[in-house]
Design a protein around this ligand. Structure first.
Ligand SMILES: [Ca+2]
Length: 145
């Protein structure tokens, strides 16, 4: 009983007339990263997406936990606040106050879980990058003034 050999990234790169930083199949992942992943840079269905998770005031578990995800793969994220914090919100590429949440990997995603002892108010809900942690009040981890 044999073991299937993984597809090598070099298998796809013989005729690709693009630079490493290009994105031939327009899936949001560079040709170089697809080379490193062993995915086909001319087939967006073969892409692997990254999930970057950060948290304030607790920790996050991802199920399944992988280095990268297939296009369209569902991932359940559960934030567990560290007492006395309570879960407040997801920020970054997912904006939600629901916990846990299920996200669908259709691009590289960066997700931030916010937990704290005090409710969080968006300081700029009308426009701009209000989902960025630096624009939250109080600042994650800070004591109220
Ligand atoms: Ca690509």
């Amino acid at each position: 009983m044999g073991t299937a050999l993984p597809i090598r990234g070099t298998d796809y790169f013989g005729n690709l007339s693009q630079t490493a930083t290009g994105d031939f199949d327009h899936d949001g992942v560079s040709n170089l990263q697809e080379f490193l992943d062993g995915t086909n840079p001319a087939d967006k269905n073969s892409v692997r997406f990254r999930l970057s998770i950060s948290s304030f005031g607790g920790y996050v578990t991802a199920s399944p936990t992988r280095l990268s995800y297939t296009n369209g793969e569902a991932v359940t994220l559960t934030a567990t606040p560290t007492p006395p914090n309570s879960f407040r919100a997801w920020a970054g590429d997912v904006i939600s106050t629901t916990n846990p949440i299920v996200i669908t990997m259709t691009s590289n995603k960066t997700v931030l879980a916010l937990a704290g002892p005090f409710p969080i108010t968006w300081t700029n809900s009308a426009s701009g990058a209000w989902e960025v942690a630096s624009q939250l009040e109080p600042q994650p981890g800070a004591q109220p003034g």
